[in-house]
Write a protein that binds this ligand. Structure first.
Ligand code: FAD
Ligand code: MG
Length: 275
């Protein structure tokens, strides 16, 4: 169920998950609790269900691990000390959903109105990614700080402006560049601004990310339905050649690629990235 800012009839949301494309009216609710409860209900229903496929069984196990990591982070740090690095990609989308689900069990009086989060805008952003991120702010009640500087400098500024933040959740996975040596909790490297990186989905496979998103009917960025499997900037990101459709006659180049969720191999994920 992709988010298509330009194609309203494609926006049919799942029964109760918020759709970033249909901003919710400003809620009178003082906290994010209703959003968290809604999402927790769906995640718990998934965890309680008998999985239809071996893949979904793996996803259930991965979900439990990730919720455990988030719960450990919520024990180590108070909510004002925690932020989420969110760029509208599939991995941090899963992370966002799991964080919101976890917060349904947090003491309600400690919940904020909006979730602290940070987005470093690419020098050449996709309009579709920015539209999805914009929609996420309303759908998931994000307090999203945006920066345009290079990443290291952006986080330095972010920490200066949000001095209480000590830990940032990141959607990096094992097969990403630099992902090989990471654990669930890693202090930033030498030369980076100092904070704790939390990686709840580090050991999720590509196919598990998509199985979670599709099974829970979570709206996602429309570029993924056009064959993009890893989102960077417009100058260095293309539809994944491994998803090029065989004999399909299409009017546009984009339509000749199959959707991202049809890719299976972790190592093929970044074939559409120049770096
Ligand atoms: P993705 O696979 O899209 O990124 C993986 C995850 O990183 C995303 O799910 C999201 O949570 C986060 N992310 C990526 N891009 C953005 C963005 N533009 N805005 C907000 N969040 C984003 N590198 C080091 O060498 N040492 C470090 O100590 C280090 N600390 C980092 C801390 C944070 C919070 C982040 C976000 C990155 C850090 N990096 C660090 C850089 C990291 O290793 C990747 O190079 C960077 O995340 C880009 O990843 P990617 O292209 O694989 O994108
Ligand atoms: Mg990724």
């Amino acid at each position: 169920m992709p988010l298509r800012p330009d194609d309203k009839h494609e926006l049919a949301p799942s029964p109760s998950l918020p759709n970033p494309a249909t901003p919710t009216p400003t809620s009178a609710s003082p906290t994010i609790l209703p959003i968290c409860q809604d999402i927790a209900g769906r995640v718990n229903a998934f965890l309680d269900s008998e999985p239809e496929t071996p893949l979904l069984r793996q996803v259930q196990a991965q979900t439990r691990v990730a919720l455990g990591v988030i719960s450990a982070a919520l024990e180590r740090y108070s909510l004002p000390e925690i932020s989420l690095s969110y760029n509208g990609g599939k991995d941090c989308l899963v992370l966002l959903i799991l964080l919101l689900a976890s917060l349904a069990h947090h003491p309600p009086t400690l919940l904020p109105r909006k979730l602290q989060s940070v987005y470093i805008i690419s020098p050449h952003p996709f309009a579709e990614v920015d539209a999805f991120v914009d929609g996420s702010i309303d759908a998931y009640s994000l307090d999203l700080a945006r920066y345009t500087q290079p990443m290291k400098e952006a986080f330095r500024l972010y920490l200066r402006e949000h001095a209480g933040v000590k830990a940032i959740l990141v959607g990096t996975r094992r097969t990403d560049p630099h992902g090989e040596v990471l654990t669930h909790f890693d202090a930033t490297d030498h030369g980076w601004p100092a904070f704790m990186r939390v990686h709840p989905v580090i050991d999720w496979h590509y196919a598990e990310i998509w199985a979670f998103i599709r099974h829970l009917e979570i709206p996602y960025c429309v570029l993924y339905d056009r064959g993009y499997t890893s989102l960077g900037g417009t100058t260095d990101t293309h539809p994944n050649p491994a998803l090029k459709a065989g004999n399909v006659q299409s009017e546009t180049k984009e339509q000749s690629f199959r959707p991202a969720y049809e890719l299976v191999e972790d190592k093929a994920e970044r074939l559409g990235r120049d770096w």
